[in-house]
Design a protein around this ligand. Structure first.
Ligand code: EPU
Length: 428
């Protein structure tokens, strides 16, 4: 297992390219199950969850040719997936427990193969995270489910899934993607109300359209999918990662410096840009380059409430809170998406942060200095928040359980080092 040793206090300077989006690449890889030909994905980031998804598809009998090189400067990676040989429509517990997004194969398997066995995901570090809304929607499309031995045993009706009116009581990102993928091959029309408007959902819909699907309303709260008899393979470039871009933005806010993010998905980052702008981070744009410059003094404390898109993303909450630890004033950070996404709070306190939890809110009183400490990562975005705080802390910090970070970021430590950070990867 790896850990990261960080010598704090080095400002960041230079240019860095934003990688492809994990949360778009995951449903796109699952969508390959629907296709009658190979799906060729480009701009695929090299990170743990995508390697897990590649393994899952391979275990099903698919052929996945991916160049996850893992070397700095290797450039965007390509992933060619051919699922025509699929013979085992199953996602077993060993993989689902390490990556909940494995549930994304359920809709495509039911639509294309009429049956699926998917281990029921348990809770995780950020909350209970059930998939009841996915199951209810697929039931409305005619699917039938049994739970046995911790697995969901799913079957489509004899004539295949049928279109339905699906109304999600709360916004669900992978739920919307699962239903959209299933509906692409269902008979008739599916209308998804209260659909997720996240850019990754739009990217998934666009890729499905490139494969021959008929989808309207992407990016709105109502998506209509007209089922087609088959989908073809396609070549598709994954959108760039707004959360990685936001994380690097938080890094500049904390460590200081002047950095250009190349290929940032600016249109999908409005809420994050607005918040960091309000806090005093200077930004300018040229094409899809985002130039960032930290203010001379401290950031201003600003309040934050996480919301579904276009609101402020929960996946940026920990990183923004880390930035608020050194801001001038008091910031109230409220998490509305997940019930337990404050695991980083206790660790940030170990660096000297002044944070109190009040239900779903964290009250962050900015302090003048943080000082290095041993830290333990608990989940993906929490690890990012801790790493960034360590960049700004005086002295040395060691972040352990870094596999959480590697699950979702494409060599974040190396990218930060290219900009002048002093991070060393060590074996625990
Ligand atoms: N929920 C239910 N029942 C369901 C589905 C969701 O109660 O059937 C609840 C969840 O427990 C949560 C809320 O609804 O409280 C919203 O969850 P959502 O379904 O939108 O989350 P998700 O689809 O499981 C995706 C991302 C997460 C991101 C959330 C919210 C992927 C693979 N994962 O998860 O990303 O936090 O949307 O934007 O797209 C991450 O990258 O670190 C990450 C956790």
């Amino acid at each position: 297992m790896d850990r990261l040793a960080v010598e704090g206090g080095a400002p960041l300077f230079g240019k860095v390219r934003v990688s492809g989006a994990k949360n778009a690449a995951l449903p796109l890889m699952a969508a390959s199950i629907l296709a009658d030909g190979p799906l060729d994905l480009t701009n695929v980031p090299s990170l743990g969850d995508l390697k897990t998804m590649a393994r899952l598809l391979t275990l099903m009998g698919g052929a996945v040719r991916a160049s996850f090189r893992g070397d700095e400067g290797a450039g965007p990676e390509e992933c060619l997936i051919d699922m025509r040989g699929l013979s085992v429509p199953e996602a077993r517990h060993e993989l689902v427990k390490t990556m909940r997004a494995s549930a994304l194969v359920l809709g495509p398997l039911l639509a294309r193969h009429g049956r699926a066995v998917v281990s029921l995901p348990g809770g995780c570090a950020i909350g209970v995270r059930p998939i009841d809304m996915h199951l209810k929607a697929l039931k409305e499309m005619g699917a039938d489910f049994d739970i046995s031995g911790g697995d969901i045993i799913a079957r489509a009706p004899a004539g295949g899934l049928r279109g339905a009116a699906v109304n999600f009581p709360t916004v669900t990102v992978t739920g919307t993607e699962n239903v959209m993928m299933a509906a692409a091959l269902a008979r008739g029309e599916t209308v998804i109300s209260n659909a997720a408007r996240e850019p990754e959902v739009v990217d998934t819909g666009r890729a499905l359209c490139a494969m021959g699907a008929r989808i309207e309303g992407l990016g709105t709260g109502e998506i209509a999918v007209h089922g087609v008899p088959s989908l073809s393979g396609a070549r598709y470039a994954v959108m760039s990662d707004r959360i990685e871009a936001g994380t690097l933005m938080a890094a500049v806010a904390l460590a200081g410096g002047k950095v250009t993010l190349q290929g940032a998905p600016l249109a999908s980052m409005a809420a994050v840009r607005d918040k960091f702008g309000e806090a005093g981070l200077y930004m300018s744009y040229e094409g899809d380059d985002l130039y960032l410059e930290s203010p001379g003094g401290r950031l201003e404390a600003v309040n934050l409430v996480t919301m579904p898109h276009p609101g402020f993303p929960t996946d940026m909450q920990a990183q923004f809170m880390a930035a608020m630890c050194l801001a001038s004033g008091v910031s109230i950070v409220t998490e509305t998406i997940f019930e337990n996404r404050f695991m980083h709070v206790a660790e940030l306190r170990r660096l000297g942060a002044d944070i109190t939890l009040e239900g779903r809110s964290a009250v962050v009183k900015g302090v003048r200095h943080l000082s290095g400490a041993p830290l333990t990562a608990s989940d993906l975005r929490a690890s990012a928040g801790l790493l960034l705080a360590a960049l700004a802390a005086r002295g040395r910090s060691v972040v352990s359980r870094v596999y959480h970070l590697d699950r979702g970021y494409d060599r974040l430590d190396r990218k930060l080092n290219l900009l002048g950070a002093r991070i060393t990867r060590e074996k625990e």
